[in-house]
Write a protein of this length. Sequence first.
Length: 143
Amino acid sequence: MRATGLYLAQNQGTPEVAQEASVLLKHSDPLLRVHALRLQRFASGPVQVSQVAPLLSDPVKTVRVAAARELLNVPPGEMSRLQADAKSSATQEWVSSISGHLDYPETHLILGGLALTNREAERAPSAFREVVRLDPQRTDAWL
């Protein structure tokens, strides 16, 4: 029930909500940690990094991946080298986990978007071409 409440709070997120949810980042239930993580996107940049980065090393893969996803748009200069390495490792875990679904165009959309976010522009076109090959009606890939 608490995790559902956190999930629903994502629609009304504010810095205050992020602050209140931050106490749950250390909760023993990984589901609560994941949903509390998602609320940290409403915190200011430095606060978000300080709250989310420790969870890049969480013992639960789902939590590590959620932390990496929340930090995708944080520029590398705003993280320590150790945090950036942990983010890279957790992102690779995410890519590995979705790579089992390469027969779905949505997976390639994610990979193309991730390539653009990481400023790996040379990898993005092939991912979007694969989306179009799998589903020519996916206009988001054409764009």
